[in-house]
Design a protein around this ligand. Structure first.
Ligand code: NAD
Length: 450
């Protein structure tokens, strides 16, 4: 089997499926990425993946290439894992990478094969991919298309791929259905040895495409719901962490994704809820998803709230263009959109760092894994080599990604190097009592001042 596009999704899959015993090729147009992978270097941070990559390269089950011909000749099943980012103009998804990868692959095929879409796409894309294949592949090969959306979470990707909580498949023929089943056999066999079952939902193209964006819309809504409650707590004097805890005990609600903070980000949730709205609009169902616009706005407002909290703590004035933070030195702890990842795509932490900097502050960012990506994405701020370096001489500290290193930081030691003991907990992840006892003034989103 082959994985086309070796980013977070495709590389993780290629490596994990080699680990499950399949013969795998990973293909990408990015020469640097392919060279790194071929040398045993995972081009992003994902716990557990490096060693697995090297083991499977050495075992000869896994290789990487930039050749469409080699890829087409090798695979019976080709998984499309290319990016589907937000378009430069508008909310919709940019499908140019899907189009390029499918068209090129189809042209190079010389035997019957199955092309399986895994990228997150607007509903209707699978049918369009079928048309692309019909246009570019030799008709006598009868190449088929299937869809199987992906639900892995960065930071837990290896386990999510090897032990998925469900597999959704959409196929049109018995041939493609049995081939796709065989392509997942390693996952089913592993589950059997661990006395588990992996639920399989077999459905049509449209439902398979919709499951993914519906799932992400639900998760985004849950986060924005609790953040909307945090907004109300802020004016009413409530405590969002206690409110969330009390809500979470209701099994109908559950406590996951109910952590109030600076909001969601990353390469999936923001662009997926926007593309879903754009597609629903095209289909005449825009009203049904109008709430997702609010979900997005609530999420973005949290970033502004951190800026305002920072200005308030520093006693700064608000002009018509927002607060003036000139002369203030601010430590931003966190750059990635979540811990255990180096992904800074649409990361709230980095967005806030940019806002603080534009308000005039001298911003010093530190993140345990995201420094390289952050420097590329936001070159205009300073980067520290450690948490202590970032906090040294800071007038204010903002914790914006809940890395364990920050959660477990020693408030006494940091208090000795900071210029002021002022801290914004943008993730409600710090032990407020411990920070208060060490003399810090802590402000958190959705909670009273400590
Ligand atoms: P990514 O940007 O990390 O990787 C995309 C890769 O596609 C890049 O390496 C790029 O070079 C490659 N590519 C672009 N054009 C290509 C072409 N013509 N042929 C081959 N490769 C090409 O993105 P990602 O995070 O891996 O996401 C990929 C898809 O999976 C997206 O649709 C995303 O929404 C979806 N997804 C991602 C995750 C996740 O956690 N990252 C989870 C579920 C679904």
């Amino acid at each position: 089997m082959t994985f086309i596009g070796t980013g977070y999704l495709g590389a993780t899959y290629a490596i994990c499926y080699a680990e499950l015993g399949y013969e795998v090729i990973g293909f990408d147009v990015d020469v640097d990425k392919i060279e790194k992978l071929g040398k045993g270097e995972v081009p992003f941070h994902e716990p557990g993946l490096d060693e697995m990559l090297r083991r499977n390269l050495a075992a000869g089950r896994l290789r990487f290439t930039t050749s469409y011909q080699e890829t087409a000749d090798f695979g019976d099943v080709h998984f499309i894992c290319v990016g589907t980012p937000q378009r430069a103009s508008g909310l919709g998804a940019d499908l140019t990478y899907v189009e390029a990868s499918v068209s090129n692959l189809a042209q190079h095929l010389s035997r019957k094969a199955l092309i399986v879409g895994k990228s997150t796409v607007p509903v209707g894309t699978a049918e369009w991919v079928e048309q692309l294949v019909a246009k570019h592949a030799r008709p006598e090969l009868a190449v088929e298309v299937a869809w199987s959306p992906e639900f892995l979470q960065e930071g837990f990707a290896v386990d999510d791929v090897m032990r998925p909580n469900r597999i959704v498949v959409a196929t049109k023929t018995e041939w493609s259905n049995s081939l796709l089943h065989a392509a997942h056999k390693g996952v089913f066999d592993l589950a059997a040895t661990e006395d588990r079952e992996v639920p399989v939902v077999s459905t049509d193209f449209a439902t398979a495409e919709l499951v993914k964006v519906a799932a992400n819309s639900f998760l985004a809504t849950k986060i924005s719901f609790i953040n909307a409650m945090a907004e109300v707590c802020e004016v009413a004097g409530g405590d969002i962490t206690q409110l969330a805890r009390a809500l979470g005990y209701d099994p109908r609600i559950g406590n996951r994704f109910l952590q109030s903070g600076v909001g969601f980000g990353g390469g999936c949730l923001p662009k997926d809820i926007r593309a879903f709205q754009a597609r629903a609009q095209e289909l005449g169902a825009g009203e049904a998803l109008r709430f997702l616009h609010e979900v997005d706005l609530i999420n973005l407002r949290r970033r502004q709230r951190v800026l305002n909290l920072a200005a308030g703590l520093l006693g700064r004035k608000f002009g018509p263009a927002g607060p003036d933070l000139s002369g203030a030195r601010i430590a931003v702890l966190g750059a990635t959109f979540k811990p255990n990842s180096d992904d800074v795509r649409d990361a709230p932490a980095l967005a806030v760092a940019g806002m603080l900097s534009r308000a005039g502050a001298s911003v010093h960012v530190y993140d345990p894994q995201g420094m390289e990506n952050a420097k590329r994405a936001l070159p205009e701020v300073e980067y520290a080599k450690s948490m202590v370096e970032a906090v040294t001489d800071a007038d204010l500290v903002c914790v914006l990604t809940e890395w364990a290193e920050f959660r477990n930081a020693d408030p006494v030691a940091l208090g000795e190097v900071a210029a002021n003991k002022l801290i914004v907990d943008g993730r409600n992840c710090l032990d407020a009592t411990a920070w208060k006892s060490a003399g810090w003034t802590l402000r958190a989103l959705g909670r009273p001042t400590v």
